[in-house]
Ligand binder design. Sequence first.
Ligand SMILES: NC(=O)c1ccc[n+]([C@@H]2O[C@H](COP(=O)([O-])OP(=O)(O)OC[C@H]3O[C@@H](n4cnc5c(N)ncnc54)[C@H](O)[C@@H]3O)[C@@H](O)[C@H]2O)c1
Length: 304
Amino acid sequence: MKWLVTGCSGFVGTNIVNYLIQKNEEVIGIDIKKPKINNIKLFKFIKFDLSVRKGLKDYINDVDYVINLAAIVSIPYSKKYPNKTKSTNVKIFRNILHNINIKKTKCIIFASSSAIYGDSLKNYEKKKISNFFSAYAQSKYLNEIDAKNFYKKYKISLIGLRYFNLYGSFSNANSRYSSVIPKWINNLIKKKVIIINGDGNQSRDFVHVDDIVKINYMLAKNFGKIKTFKLFNIGSGKSTSLKTLLNYLVKFSKIKKYKIKFRPSADFGVMESKANIKLFKQSFKFNFTKLDKGLKKTIQFYER
Ligand SMILES: NC(=O)c1ccc[n+]([C@@H]2O[C@H](COP(=O)([O-])OP(=O)(O)OC[C@H]3O[C@@H](n4cnc5c(N)ncnc54)[C@H](O)[C@@H]3O)[C@@H](O)[C@H]2O)c1
């Protein structure tokens, strides 16, 4: 089977491409950045800006499954550049929808985000688009609307996954937009100060990227057989405070000395984030990686 993975050079994309290759699947990867995986028989990389470039059809006419990950992903960045974030993320997804072969493609899985919930898991559907917490959240919500409309018209399986906080191998640790786990592991290893935004009591639902990879594969294969539109929250269903997270990282990395600095929260007031995974659990049997196990594996990756 042939897969298209957009955003193949990013954190999740790299893990997904590695997994698909191991499964002996053929992959076309698209990104504006160079991939971390070399071109081999099963993996062909195409450098392509999905938000502006035409001519996508020629490359993706024969794909069976699509996993769309390409996006501007940082919420702080999207606060700074809202129009660019929104239009890029919307254009990327529309470019894919308008250029896939609807007769051949079995399933399109696209990355949405828990960011659309903002500070409440309830009532987000009643919110006006302008009331979303960030342009990033708006763009993900607009992707979901586009997907639903596309499904209604063409009856191709479209599955949106609202990811919570993902962590694991290949997550960028060196950008100022890096997420907390790679940033803190990196700072512990390099003996740099650990910055805690807020008081450290805010909690997040952390999910290991190995789970994301398996879920994408499982869902594509399942929903490729039928025609449906679905949205799933993808989190562990458990929430861990940043203070507890730091304790784990210190314990598992065996670092004895480290410095902490508290800074006003940049998190836009979201104190607790926890996925409601009832729908996903009703539909699939899946055991999420325990946080301690996932963190140990992630630390090993950054210590290499
Ligand atoms: N990492 C998380 O915790 C998390 C949480 C919720 C949702 N998501 C979503 O999951 C997806 C993957 O996230 P990630 O953490 O791997 O992000 P990432 O930034 O590591 O990867 C995104 C990739 O998309 C590429 N890209 C951006 N604009 C592009 C364009 N115009 N054309 C082609 N490629 C382009 C980037 O170069 C990058 O390699 C994203 O859509 C993100 O919004 C991630």
